[in-house]
Design a protein around this ligand. Structure first.
Ligand SMILES: Cc1cc2nc3c(=O)[nH]c(=O)nc-3n(C[C@H](O)[C@H](O)[C@H](O)COP(=O)(O)O)c2cc1C
Length: 177
């Protein structure tokens, strides 16, 4: 399988580490992987022009969203990774989600697999955070085949916690081996 992971954290921290670890394991299981760090990309807000709602019409905004969407359409599995910010994805990820609107009409993601990975400092927020990715999956016909939620606050908390690292490895094994 070809797997693309998209990281919605505005910092080099737990989400980035988790995605990289997941992708390393995926490679070990024979999959081809790529990672997109949204914090390094130029992604403008959706302006609501709705031009993309007519099938075949590309988004008229010229920035990095186009290239990332092409890569998403070229892969079999999309991993959405975000810190939990107020029981949702980060603003960075939400701005990106809105720009995925062309997929609503062109259905280029339909039938692909998706995974949601969240990091947050409190466990009780898990359901609400994952709901945001479920909405995206439902809208674009993605099959959400797994989700992982890790508890962490400081940027290296996951990396330094052997139990968390083991959770990532087991999650990757269950989904990908
Ligand atoms: C603006 C903001 C809002 C946050 N809101 C929540 C929250 O609602 N629930 C939670 O569990 N953690 C919350 N957190 C904590 C982060 O999810 C946590 O620090 C996480 O490890 C950050 O991931 P990162 O290292 O990949 O950036 C929030 C952090 C920030 C900066």
């Amino acid at each position: 399988m070809n797997i693309i992971a998209i990281c919605g954290s505005p910092r080099k921290g737990n989400t980035e580490f988790t995605l990289k670890r997941f992708l390393t394991k995926a490679e070990e299981y024979g999959h081809k992987v790529e990672l997109v760090l949204l914090r390094e990309k130029r992604i403008s807000y959706c302006n609501g022009c709705n031009i993309c709602m007519r099938e075949g019409n590309p988004c008229p905004i010229v920035d990095d969203a186009k290239m990332i969407m092409e890569r998403m359409a070229a892969n079999d599995m999309i991993v959405f990774g975000s810190p939990n910010y107020y029981n949702n994805v980060t603003g960075t990820m939400k701005v990106f989600f809105d720009r995925l609107n062309p997929f609503y009409s062109d259905k280029k993601l339909s039938g692909k697999k998706a995974i949601a990975i969240f990091v947050g400092d409190e466990v009780k927020s898990i359901d609400k955070a994952i709901f945001s990715v479920q909405s995206i999956a439902n809208s674009f016909g993605l099959d959400l085949v797994g989700d992982l939620y890790l508890c962490a606050s400081g940027p290296q908390d996951v990396e330094r916690n052997a139990e968390s690292v083991q959770k990532i490895d087991e999650f990757a094994k269950n989904i990908l081996s």
